[in-house]
Design a protein around this ligand. Structure first.
Ligand SMILES: [Mg+2]
Length: 373
């Protein structure tokens, strides 16, 4: 079997000159083979940048477009192809967008392998530990109390027993933050997990510690990215002295960044995004690092049903992969791009047993939202 083509498809709901919010654009890839098998992947990144990294012609030995590197190769040799892409894109890669592009292609290669061998990806990864995965729901707070109560009730009605809020200025005004958390905790009671996402908004370690003290009564399950991920000293102090579990890492890529993060910031939870950290292959290395450091891995995931499926297969095959993020986005790219989107049922996502990733794309939706620059 040989790779004969690699497509980088940019999808976007709003027009290019209109603002785009979370979940309203996507970069998906399709790897075509000479046997007719097609692998599907995606990255939650800047679509135009990733598309260029895939399609660019070669400049140097270590500055090559990823599409050209894959054409003619056997798609089943995933580890060798990952390292080939990593090394031969080194001048413009190693971290960030180039790893995002490699992530999408890696996911598509695993999809091909699963289809080729007639088994789900989780079988290729060593076998599933569970048939369903508990989910937590992420939401962006509304400006009013009634709206937030309604939103939280909607989450509980889906069977969720773990929720997270962040964005819309959360973390900027302690009085408003406390009021919001009071309302949410009142709605969910004591038994539902509640976590908050600061998106690196708190100013520095002393400020963050004071915020943690002021929010202690709300019994937070974790605090996500309380400080920017480069503030390793502040994050380590917070991990040590706040008495709360600190999480982060959704913007980090490769085992190398995660090793540094684990050693320097000492988070209780790391949150790699499978479409950014290096794909399914690299996620496995990052998972093992987390185990060695006594940290939990709870993946970040807020894009299309392709990301969701890749994350489900990975977690199913991970001994402690017990919690998944489930997007509450109503973007058509989340709700409709994958026709057989893995649903949330009683707060859980069932692990599929169809070959490969098992995702079927809506071709009409792709045509509708495809950007042709
Ligand atoms: Mg986050």
């Amino acid at each position: 079997m040989k790779i004969v083509d690699v497509e980088a498809i940019w999808l976007r709901v709003p027009a290019l000159d209109q603002p785009c919010e979370w979940g309203e654009d996507a970069l998906i890839v399709r790897i075509h083979t000479d046997t007719g098998l097609v692998g599907i992947g995606e990255t939650d990144s800047s679509p135009a940048v990733v598309k260029a990294l895939i399609e660019t012609p070669a400049s140097h030995e270590t500055c090559q477009g990823l599409r050209d590197l894959l054409i003619g190769e056997n798609p089943l040799e995933i580890d060798r192809l990952w390292k080939k892409m990593y090394r031969q894109s080194e001048y413009m890669g190693r971290r960030g967008a180039a790893i995002h592009a490699i992530s999408a292609l890696d996911i598509a290669l695993w999809d091909i392998a699963g289809q080729h061998y007639g088994v789900p990806v989780h079988t290729l990864l060593g076998g599933k530990y569970r048939t369903r995965i508990a989910a937590y729901g992420t939401f962006i707070p509304r400006p009013d109390e009634a709206g937030n109560r309604e939103l939280v009730r909607g989450l509980l009605a889906q069977g969720l027993r773990s929720i997270k809020l962040g964005g819309a200025g959360f973390g900027e005004d302690l009085r408003k933050d406390r009021e919001l958390l009071r309302v949410v905790r009142e709605e969910i009671g004591d038994d539902v997990q509640l976590q908050i996402d600061l998106v690196g908004r708190w100013r520095n370690y002393p400020h963050a510690l004071a915020q943690c003290e002021a929010l202690r009564e709300f019994k937070l399950n974790w605090i996500e990215e309380p400080l920017p991920s480069d503030d390793t000293r502040g994050l380590a102090h917070l991990a040590e002295r706040s008495g709360l579990r600190v999480s982060g890492g959704e913007g980090l890529a490769t085992r190398h960044e995660f090793r540094h993060f684990l050693e320097a910031s000492r988070p209780a939870i790391i949150q790699p995004d499978i479409t950014r950290c290096g794909g399914i292959s690299e996620m496995r290395h990052i998972y093992e690092l987390a185990q060695l450091h006594g940290a939990q891995l709870v993946p970040h995931g807020f894009s299309t049903g392709i990301l969701l499926a890749a994350t489900v297969h990975f977690l199913a095959a991970s001994e402690f992969g017990e919690l998944i993020e489930y997007s509450q986005s109503d973007s058509p790219l989340f709700r409709g791009l994958v026709k057989n989107l893995l649903p949330l049922e009683d707060g859980h996502v069932a692990v599929p047993d169809t070959p490969g990733l098992g995702v079927v794309l809506d071709e009409a939706l792709i045509e509708r939202y495809r950007v042709r620059p």
